[in-house]
Design a protein around this ligand. Structure first.
Ligand code: AMP
Ligand code: ZN
Length: 159
């Protein structure tokens, strides 16, 4: 797919944000207080979230793949020749919260990661899908995202 730079009207024009009231909400106390994240707002756009701003087109990104529920764009600080982030359009703090609330969208994220790997020609050589979860594991943006890494040797165990 042709890489495009997201403009303010771009992703929303193709897949408009629709009200998600009552869908997949999770207000369980177990996620309260995760880095200031308000679980009562799960699934809703967050004003202070970088990736919600990319979904809205308010922050530019080099988009390489999109679906009704997901967006994929190149990482601004690539750690491999292919380094793409796949995110749900809906805001959840991490992959576990997303899967609890909207398992089909979690599957959409993983499916989209596979499509990105195909587009990047990485299937034969292999690729890695990573969900950093929690600050201790290196998560810095608390909007669920999969890293798709390929194009160089990927060591195991990871650092
Ligand atoms: P993580 O550390 O797992 O939360 O991953 C967040 C990723 O977002 C990092 O790899 C950053 O390089 C990347 N990132 C931060 N800001 C941007 C941006 N504006 N556009 C694309 N990627 C970004
Ligand atoms: Zn967000």
């Amino acid at each position: 797919m042709r890489a495009v730079t997201a403009q303010p009207a771009s992703p929303g024009a193709l897949f408009p944000l629709v009200p998600r009231a009552g869908r997949g909400r999770r207000a369980g106390p177990e996620r309260a207080g995760v880095c200031g994240y308000d679980p009562s707002m799960a699934g809703e756009p967050q004003a202070d979230c970088l990736f919600c701003k990319i979904v809205a087109g308010d922050v530019p990104a080099t988009v390489v793949h999109e679906t009704e529920t997901t967006l994929a764009f190149r990482d601004i600080n690539p750690q491999a020749p292919t380094h793409v982030l796949v995110i749900p359009r809906a805001h959840y703090a991490d992959a576990a919260a997303l899967t609890d609330a909207e398992p089909t969208v979690a599957a959409d994220v993983v499916r989209a990661a596979g499509r990105v790997a195909e587009q990047e020609g990485a299937v034969e050589s292999g690729y890695r899908i990573v969900f950093n979860t929690g600050a201790g594991a290196g998560q810095t943006v608390f909007h669920a995202h999969a890293h798709v890494l390929a194009g160089r040797g990927l060591n195991w165990p990871p650092g």
